[in-house]
Design a protein around this ligand. Structure first.
Ligand code: GSH
Length: 318
């Protein structure tokens, strides 16, 4: 354990959540001791017990003793301040390096990752043919959205003290579903992808600049040290790969391409990648079991019908 009292540090997260993965990677880079609690995005994040931790009902969040901190950016700042003996990932505030890390964190936050994610899953054929997400995700997401909207209605009645929160969430879900529909949805995705391309270009230039400053040695995004800006970039690039959007940088942006390959050297990166793959495998397995269960009754019926027919024919042929 590196610095500070981490005995009561708890991370509330989900293996496929973009923002959770940032915090997870930071905790691993800092080698802090923590407990992980998985919060299902199928509505666990909307339950009153979780709203007491994060009143926005979003993941990630952390609890540390009697403190609750939410929003990945705020959590990362908190971890840096609270465990000064652990590895530094933000560089000193007010220094050139510190300001640079902050500027890149903000710039990466400018990417409309939610719209790109939903859009590429919903319009997979258009934008993301080589996606690593399991097939059937768009159906799953649509069903899950409907279920979450129904849940918001149920929870409004069950917990009137949170009624305003649930109705605001419901409105946001409805607005998003409307926005991500048909022609208008595709235009929105395209607009977000164009904005993202601009930022990817800026990052490619930054990597080239860093490379020029360290022509002989290993370097990361902004220099020889691996910083929080690297974590934001790593999570972004891995998400693009999974969405089938790697062609937005792979091959024609050689610095970003090489950077993504080099990330595999880091244990923290391998961990977030393997957690997500494990989750997808589990999801596929559950789907398979559900399919088998569904098939079990008709198959049993068919066997019974064949057996009955055989007994009938056998008896009458005597
Ligand atoms: N700005 C927040 C965004 C968190 C966020 O949007 N998390 C998503 C999962 S990646 C979530 O909880 N979505 C569920 C919802 O909004 O109800 C952060 O940086 O932590």
């Amino acid at each position: 354990m590196a610095g500070g009292n981490t005995d009561d540090l708890v991370l509330y997260c989900h293996p496929i959540s973009y923002y959770s993965r940032r915090v997870l990677m930071i905790l691993e880079e800092k080698e802090l001791k923590y407990k992980k609690v998985m919060v299902g995005l199928d509505g666990q994040n909307l339950q009153p017990w979780y709203l007491k931790i994060n009143p926005k009902g979003e993941i990630p969040a952390i609890t540390h003793g009697d403190r609750n901190v939410y929003d990945s950016n705020a959590v990362i700042d908190y971890l840096e301040e609270s465990f000064p003996e652990a590895k530094r990932l933000l560089a000193e505030k007010g220094t050139i390096e510190g300001d640079k890390v902050q500027r890149w964190r903000n710039r990466i936050n400018d990417i409309g990752i939610e719209a790109a994610t939903t859009g590429c899953i919903m319009f997979r054929e258009m934008y993301a043919k080589d996606a690593g997400t399991p097939p059937g995700m768009s159906k799953l997401i649509t069903e899950r959205k409907k279920a979450t909207m129904r849940l918001c209605e149920t929870l409004t009645e069950k917990f009137p003290e949170y009624a305003e929160f649930y109705q605001t969430k419901l409105k946001r879900f409805r607005d998003n579903s409307e926005l991500m529909n048909g022609e208008r949805g595709m235009q929105e995705v395209e607009r977000r992808l164009e904005e993202m391309d601009t930022i990817l270009n800026e990052m490619e230039n930054q990597l080239q600049e860093t490379r020029n400053s360290f022509p002989d040695g290993d370097h990361w995004f902004l220099g020889q040290d691996f910083t929080a800006a690297d974590v934001y970039l790593a999570v972004l690039l891995d998400r693009l790969k999974y969405l089938g959007l790697a062609h937005h940088f792979r091959d024609h942006m050689p610095f970003l391409t090489a950077y993504l390959d080099r990330l595999n050297q880091r244990r923290s990166f391998r961990l977030i990648v393997s957690e997500m793959s494990r989750f997808f495998r589990l999801m596929m397995f559950r789907k398979l079991i559900a399919g088998v269960k569904k098939m079990a009754l008709p198959v049993a019926g068919l066997i019974a019908a064949v057996a009955a027919a055989w007994i009938y024919v056998y008896n009458y042929s005597k």
